[in-house]
Design a protein around this ligand. Structure first.
Ligand SMILES: Cn1ncc2ncnc(NCCc3cnc(NC(=O)Nc4cccc(C(F)(F)F)c4)s3)c21
Length: 274
């Protein structure tokens, strides 16, 4: 069979520029690939830390997962290479950086309902694609949502994502009728964790802080379990209805992606598509 073209990269292929962000595992640098002059983002991770924290398998899984994901609202991972001390991940460059910093720079740390609806629809698009491939992101937050020069949202950092183990379900599906409720619902991390995150994100983009923010420890856990959120009057009825339809304690009760994308509030925020 046709071998997939495997370009073998090394640090010599790149001019490394300023840091774009600093993470606990390593930093990201704007860089230019010498031959094509293409601008990319180079994430540098230190092997010692990956080994110390026992997350090397997670990085391998992230690279494997991202290798199969190609979508306009997912930050592309082009490849990786390593030297004796570091692992380098070659990523799309998102020139407007993290949504986190965009929100921080706005008055009240919030955006308009039109912008919020745009980002929710693009994120739902990215997740519809991921979930259709059995990939659950599991770490959706403003730090992992990047923006390109055209204000298109790019879902990034699949370091905590998993591929839902359909295998177990397939072996069981012949005899689903006999499965106890806790068995069929016992998907520790099912796709609905990503749906929940869309609700939290929408709340934060419109209110300026997350619904359970400035709670700590067990109070925070209790608040999340109680699942009671207070949506300020400043938020429109349509947006409030969508937030309340997503932030549900029961995973299965959360509004499915398809219904988020076609929700009346989302539709109203987009001028009639020509
Ligand atoms: C800030 N910024 N501004 C512009 C811009 N343009 C592109 N990218 C940026 N930032 C990088 C975004 C990322 C994408 N994928 C990531 N992946 C990751 O960080 N993976 C990862 C980390 C630590 C440990 C593990 C492990 F081992 F646990 F799995 C996995 S980070 C940009």
């Amino acid at each position: 069979p046709q071998a997939r073209e495997e370009t073998c990269w090394s640090l010599d292929d790149f001019d490394v520029g300023r840091p774009l962000g600093k993470g606990k595992f390593g930093n990201v640098f704007i860089s230019r690939e010498k031959k094509t002059k293409r601008i990319i983002a180079l994430k540098v991770l230190f092997k010692t830390q990956l080994l110390q924290l026992g997350v090397s398998h997670q990085l391998k899984r992230e690279i494997e997962i991202q290798y199969h994901l190609r979508h306009p609202n997912i930050l592309t991972l082009y490849g990786y290479f390593h030297d004796d001390k570091r692992v380098f991940v070659i990523l799309d460059y998102a020139s407007r950086g993290e949504l986190f910093n965009v929100l921080q720079s706005q008055p009240g740390h919030k955006v308009s309902e039109v912008i919020a609806a745009r980002f929710v629809r693009q994120l739902a698009n990215a997740l519809k694609y991921c979930h259709s491939k059995g990939v659950i992101h599991r770490d959706i937050k403003p730090e992992n949502l990047l923006l390109d020069s055209k204000l298109n949202l790019k879902l990034a950092d699949f370091g905590w994502s998993v591929v839902a183990d359909h295998s177990k379900r397939h072996t069981l599906c012949g005899t689903m009728d006999y499965l106890a409720p806790e068995m069929v619902s016992n998907q520790p991390h099912d796709f609905n964790v990503d749906i929940w995150a869309i609700g939290i994100l929408l709340f934060e983009m419109l209110v300026g802080y997350a619904p359970f923010a400035n709670q700590t420890g067990d109070k925070l856990i209790a608040r999340i379990k109680e699942c009671k959120i207070y949506i300020p009057q400043s938020v429109s009825d349509g947006a409030s209805r969508l937030i309340n339809a997503i932030i549900k304690k029961e995973p299965q009760e959360r509004l499915p992606l398809a219904e988020i994308m076609t929700h009346p509030w989302i539709q109203d925020m987009f001028p009639r598509e020509e």
